[in-house]
Design a protein around this ligand. Sequence first.
Ligand code: DDH
Length: 291
Amino acid sequence: MSASSVAPGDYEGIRKQIKAVLKQPGYDDGSAGPIFVRLAWHASGTYSAKPGNGGSNGAGMRFAPESTDGANAGLEHARAFLEPIKAANPWISYADLWTLAGVTAVEAMNGPKVPWTPGRTDFPSEKEANTRGDIENRLPDAAQGAQHIRDVFYRMGFNDQEIVALSGAHNLGRCHTDRSGFDGQWVVNPTRFSNQFFKLLLTRKWVPKKWDGPFQYETVVAGTPVMALPTDMALIEDPKFRVWAEKYAKDQKLFFEHFAAAFGKLIELGVSRDGKGIALVAGAGGCPFAH
Ligand code: DDH
């Protein structure tokens, strides 16, 4: 389906266009939803409170080194699904489009409404993107444990409760051997947002997967094989994380509330708007350091 143009500033119109491309027969589980969520997360998760760089503003993932970072393998599919919308609506920045796609997908897959504000701008080219400083190797490594998760998310300014809430996004989508090396989905229905991820982590008997690939856990739920990453398991092994995993397994409403707040915060990291609501980046039509 080709995208259509809507009036500049009509973000509801853009949401409709995003919903229209969610259905992708022949791709994964038939939905671009999970990979849109991951795109918004990886675009934002490069943020570091000190020195105060990275984040969704600028849409740096269009350029190396972000585009070629192994952690972002596969996200080119998400960007390609959204490209017709951008082509038909050049007025929206990639940075706004990618984050809006993530929140629209969460909601369309039965999840909560996540707060979203426009105003992000795009780096005009790789040269400006690389004025940000070194933002490589900032996304989490699934083979590690609780200390690593804290190092990554505390750097962005999140606390333990927010970390566990955000990690509940693994209720969506799957791992691909040709992207991360890991394999499989976390829950029975990977295109429907819920708290099943936490329920399964806490109630199932998980065993190491016997294969040549990276270490991961597996179990079978009603005939469907599901998986967990070492970092997922850390959410129930670490006593402080576990408190929240247990609360979210019991109370989906609480999980959704906390997820919406934390995801809303994630996509705002490093987005500093001027009086007109515009978050200028280097080269985007003004001096980014003037405010
Ligand atoms: Fe994740 N994630 N993620 N994740 N993630 C993967 C897939 C998806 C980690 C590793 C992986 C978050 C946190 C972590 C989503 C959302 C979020 C894959 C598989 C790996 C590996 C990639 C592939 O092979 O295609 C690690 C480690 C962490 C961590 O926190 C320690 C967070 C915070 C989110 C979020 O959205 C808030 C989603 C969605 C997917 C499924 C993508 C897909 O294509 O399907």
